[in-house]
Design a protein around this ligand. Structure first.
Ligand code: FAD
Length: 560
């Protein structure tokens, strides 16, 4: 049994920033991560991080763009705090060692991003996430905390009205171990692998959101799932919005620049939900290209010239050449939308606190909410840092005034029991087959366009897969890097969350941001200007609703 004051689960940008804040507050800290920290999905972020710096831009415009982008579901008090912290956060990251791209005059270079009224996305070529992660990792310094690497947290221990710690599974040995903590920060990142087509890494399985939900934490706005308009066909590798920010254009099979029909003012730089729906509408209308990997549209960069494409979009060139066999300098890139981001997550306040005492959350696993119904590109990297710091400080303050916590051998046994049962079965379901079935179901019935009939069908199918999961079997009995077992653990987590997405989407009879109901095509502020809260009950998620915080911006129709 191990014991620490503050335990941070996850070592991406949110987790590292939380750990740094807790260390600086004088607490003793451990990070538990299923990956090497620098392999976290934050490192895959390409396009950049938003901050209103320089004279021409303003914090108020950033706030307004974020509120509008959220389709008025974002909490305006949280958004105001978030946008005010943006400039200082980016400068701090630069001081920590992140090397950003520069304009010719030496100032921070900025590019245009979707839904932004001003080019305010600061970047490091098209590998911004990795540059930030490296800078933060070096600054944090491994000497200041304990690292449990390749440990998967499978359960939170909550007793006497507060968090007592966690139970984790060590991939290297197959052992389950308890770690007592006075406070816990969950920074476990995305859950995109619930969908078949996703830009998210294989590790993005929503574990932290699921363990929080199982321990009684409330989830917020799970039905809002962002699809990125431009993922490379077949592999679904992301083609950053920065490609359109640099001047890339979209064309259908008739050679039409179709965005003029959907967003006449800003064209390809409309918000992500708008561009994704436009692409799907074009394809459904018979204007897509057809290929062995499905239908698609073209993203053209050729007119930008070799020099610009190869210097500003180095990774995009590399991915297109390696994974699609085409050269974006001379050929169009075949793209189609793919799941990209979860607006929903563990419900927190501005300080990262959840409804469970001692439990905090930050980053993509959390929902504050600043993204509301639709996130703007470049706001998520910023979110990890601003709210990672908040959660770290709050967890440190909580730990400072809290007595000893306890994780008992019985807690560890209880957490390990399901996995033992899965391994002891002589017959049962293959976790990877269940995962594929879940992904296909979510893709087909809970995608970009939704209807009541589809959502009902989706819910029945997800519940059927959950029932089959009760009889899941792990055939590999080995203790060392048992991927069959981690697959089962992750699939269980994702099934739990998939159900909350469908139930929330079925209940919300309006269209707002990324949630687009064909049978309820309009936003309905009178009935639905509220957050969905999901609490785990004996028969699945129980829904309730919470008000949206307003400060200065009245809801308006959202046009680009
Ligand atoms: C391809 C791609 C490009 C993107 N580009 C941009 C961009 O340009 N700009 C922008 O603002 N946003 C972008 N985003 C979104 C943004 O990168 C993410 O939302 C953000 O980085 C998530 O950070 P995080 O710290 O919350 O999670 P992550 O960086 O994913 O870290 C999660 C951590 O949790 C750990 N973990 C997970 N489960 C467990 C478990 N059970 N036990 C222990 N540890 C666990 C992992 O090991 C990992 O260390 C992009 C996302 C993707 C997928």
């Amino acid at each position: 049994m191990h014991r620490h004051e503050v335990v941070v689960v996850g070592a991406g940008l949110a987790g590292q920033r939380a750990a740094l804040a807790a260390v600086e507050a004088g607490r003793e800290v451990a990070i538990v991560s299923k990956l090497h920290p620098l392999r976290s999905h934050s490192g895959a972020a390409q396009g950049g991080i938003n901050a209103a710096v320089g004279k021409e831009d303003s914090v108020d415009t950033h706030i307004y763009d974020t509120v509008k982008g959220s389709d008025y579901l974002g909490d305006q008090d949280a958004i105001e705090h978030f946008c005010r912290e943006a400039g200082p956060t980016v400068i701090e990251m630069e001081h920590f060692g992140t090397i950003f791209s520069r304009a010719p005059d030496g100032s921070l270079a900025r590019r245009a991003f979707g839904g932004a009224g001003f080019p305010r996305t600061i970047y490091a070529a098209d590998r911004t996430g990795l540059a930030l992660l490296q800078g933060l990792w070096e600054h944090l310094g491994t000497a200041r905390f304990t690292l449990y690497q390749e440990w998967d947290v499978t359960q939170l221990v909550v007793r006497d009205g507060r968090v007592q710690g966690i139970v984790a599974f060590d991939r290297k040995t197959g052992d389950f171990t308890g770690i007592a903590a006075k406070s816990v920060v969950l920074a476990t990142g995305p859950a995109g692998r619930i969908y078949g087509r996703t830009t998210n890494a294989h590790s993005c399985t929503g574990d932290g959101i699921a363990v929080a939900y199982e321990a009684g934490a409330q989830l917020k706005d799970m039905e809002f799932v962002q699809f990125h308009p431009t993922a490379l066909l077949e592999s679904s590798i992301l083609i950053t919005e920065g490609a359109r920010g640099e001047g890339g254009i979209l064309k259908n099979a008739a050679g039409e620049r179709f965005m003029s029909k959907y967003a006449p003012h800003v064209l390809e730089l409309a918000s992500r939900d708008v561009v994704s729906r436009a692409i799907v509408t074009e394809v459904l209308g018979g204007h897509g290209f057809d290929g062995p990997y499905g239908q698609y549209v073209h993203l053209e960069l050729m007119h930008l010239g070799k020099e610009k494409v190869e210097s500003r979009l180095q990774e995009i060139c590399d991915y297109s050449r390696r994974f699609a066999g085409i050269d974006p300098v001379t050929q169009p890139i075949p793209v189609y939308p793919a799941q990209h981001y979860m607006m929903g997550g563990i419900s927190t306040d501005i300080r990262g606190a959840t409804n469970v005492a001692g439990l905090f959350a930050a980053g993509e696993a959390a929902c504050v909410s600043i993204h509301g119904a639709n996130r703007l590109g470049g706001n998520s990297l910023l979110e990890t840092l601003v709210f990672g710091k908040e959660a770290g400080m709050a967890a440190a303050a909580f730990a400072a005034k809290t007595g000893t916590s306890e994780v008992t051998p019985a807690d560890v046994d209880a957490a390990a029991a399901p996995s033992r049962a899965w391994s002891n079965r002589s017959d049962g379901e293959d976790p990877s087959a269940l995962r594929t079935e879940m992904q296909r179901t979510m893709e087909r019935y809970v995608g970009i366009y939704r209807t009541e009939a589809d959502l009902l069908e989706g819910l029945q199918r997800i519940r059927a897969v959950r029932q089959r999961f009760a009889n899941v079997r792990v055939v590999d009995r080995s203790h060392v890097y048992n991927l069959n077992l981690t697959d089962a653990l992750e699939t269980g987590h994702m099934l739990e969350l998939a159900e909350t997405i469908v139930v929330g989407a079925y209940a919300r009879t309006e269209s707002r941001g990324a949630h687009s109901r064909v049978d309820f095509p309009k936003r309905d502020d009178a009935r639905w200007m509220k957050h969905t809260i999901a609490t785990r009950g004996p028969d699945g998620p129980a829904l309730s609703y919470a008000p949206v915080a307003y400060t200065r911006w009245e809801p308006k129709e959202r046009v680009y």
